[in-house]
Design a protein. Structure first.
Length: 232
């Protein structure tokens, strides 16, 4: 009799998000697909897509050449198609959307050995428009009982050190710091670039708007979790 299968102590699952512009271009689509292939990405979030229907179909075809990929979006909630998720179903066996709105998609994911939840977000620019975002996420935080990862563009800074080149006040940090305290989410250890956004002007202002955060159950299940932030 064969011994029962045991889950590995750590299973490498690669997740990524990209605040991408110009995705309607075949060249940009190829760049995205090459990135996924070269980095062995299993779950991918495209932010600020503004995809046309024809470009969406073309992108799906390009993904299909890399294996079995599935898709879900929040396009029906916003005219500019803000978030597109894709996952490799040979690794992510199930992806069930639990909550979807213009600012995030919250999913329950399963592999052969693990079940966890992932929220991919792209927050609105205006502070007042982000108020329901924090409320919705806090409701999830208060109910989730499995490992939970939240990642994407928060469009907010957590501390005054998250802004360089112009003044940041404590008031600028209030909404995100309050949410993190209430939800008990913390940053995953990371390497790479601290600042993920730049105004690209001669007098540069840079901010850390993108984060990868998790609850304590995530770090217990995946203690070697590590984030890498590429050059924005």
């Amino acid at each position: 009799m064969m011994p029962p299968t045991k889950p590995p102590t750590y299973l490498m699952i690669n997740l990524a998000s990209w605040n991408v512009r110009g995705i309607n271009s075949p060249f940009k689509q190829k760049e995205v697909v090459n990135y996924i292939s070269s980095n062995s990405i299993h779950f991918f979030g495209l932010l600020e897509t503004k995809l046309s229907s024809s470009a969406y179909s073309a992108l799906q075809q390009k993904f299909s050449r890399q294996g079995s990929w599935n898709f879900v979006s929040n396009f029906e909630t916003h005219s500019h198609g803000r978030i597109l998720l894709s996952w490799n179903s040979s690794i992510i066996k199930s992806c069930q959307v639990l909550f979807l709105n213009p600012q995030f998609i919250h999913c329950s994911l399963s592999t052969d050995f693990y079940q966890f939840q992932v929220t991919t977000l792209y927050a609105f620019n205006q502070k007042i428009s982000r108020v329901p975002l924090w409320s919705d996420l806090l409701n999830i935080a208060l109910s989730v009982q499995v490992p939970w990862l939240v990642f994407g563009d928060f469009n907010s800074i957590l501390s005054t050190q998250d802004k360089f080149g112009s003044n940041a006040s404590l008031r600028d940090t209030e909404e995100l710091s309050h949410f993190c305290s209430a939800s008990n989410l913390t940053d995953i250890p990371y390497t790479g670039y601290r600042f993920t956004w730049s105004n690209r002007r001669e007098i540069s202002t840079r901010c850390k708007l993108d984060r990868i955060m998790c609850n304590s159950l995530w770090m217990s299940a995946f203690p070697s979790s590590h984030a890498i932030f590429a050059n924005p």
